[in-house]
Design a protein around this ligand. Structure first.
Ligand SMILES: Nc1nc2c(ncn2[C@@H]2O[C@H](COP(=O)(O)OP(=O)(O)OP(=O)(O)O)[C@@H](O)[C@H]2O)c(=O)[nH]1
Length: 209
């Protein structure tokens, strides 16, 4: 069998995340991009108020994004295999969200300075089963006690990261200079536990064994 995608069903990535888009395409998986257009904040607040853990919250949000994408899928087209994901950042019992602007990103990075925070990434792969396949994984990242100059240089070099990522940094960019070490899967940090997702796609016949 060629290395080409073998499934007749389209693969949909229910995400607006460039990192998730890039990791799938770089792994040779062609996906239709369909940002879910979901306002995560109220659902996230509801989950937190109910005492949901970071794992439970990321899984629930990923599932909500997959459901939103399925609702938008044109009737009559071959049912897709939908991939969705979500990432939660926690540190010392605090939960952090994507910064609203550069000033918020700076404040958030200062709050994380010299500490270890956790990125919890969940993925859903839904091929029409009653309940979707899911995976969740975490990585622990320790930030240096970086100086203000290092922080401002990082924000100046990569302002997009400050607004597009939950931590306000891109590990594959200048943000790496803010870190001392990290423990966990690289793709989990970037936004999705990729290897389990690819294994699921293999199980579904989307990519060859
Ligand atoms: N490139 C990059 N992205 C990161 C990194 N850390 C976190 N992210 C991104 O931070 C974002 C986490 O926010 P989410 O709410 O899970 O996803 P989103 O960006 O809103 O995209 P949706 O899937 O459409 O909800 C994701 O896009 C992750 O890919 C990193 O080190 N590098």
């Amino acid at each position: 069998m060629s290395g080409r995608q073998s499934c007749l069903r389209p693969v949909v990535l229910a995400s607006g995340s460039a990192a998730r888009r890039d990791m799938l395409s770089q792994a040779g998986i062609a996906a239709v991009l369909q940002p879910p257009g979901l306002d995560e904040a109220p659902l996230k607040a509801e989950l937190r108020a109910a005492g949901a853990t970071a794992d439970e919250t990321a899984l629930a949000l990923a599932r909500a994004k997959a459901e939103a994408a399925l609702r938008q899928w044109p009737a009559g087209r071959a049912a897709p295999v939908v991939i969705a994901a979500d990432q939660v950042l926690t540190c010392g019992g605090e939960w952090y969200d994507k910064p609203a602007d550069l000033a918020a990103a700076r404040r958030q990075l200062l709050a994380l300075r010299g500490r270890t925070h956790r990125l919890t990434s969940a993925a859903i792969v839904w091929a029409g089963e009653d309940s979707p396949w899911q995976a969740v994984d975490s990585a622990d990242l320790t930030m240096r006690r970086f100086g203000d100059a290092a922080l401002d240089a990082c924000l100046a070099r990569d302002p997009q990261a400050a607004l597009a990522t939950v931590g306000g940094y891109r590990m594959e960019g200048p943000g790496l200079q803010l870190f001392e070490r990290f423990e966990g899967d690289w793709f989990t940090i970037l936004g999705m536990p990729l290897l389990p997702v690819i294994a699921r796609l293999r199980h579904l016949g989307v990519v060859p064994e």
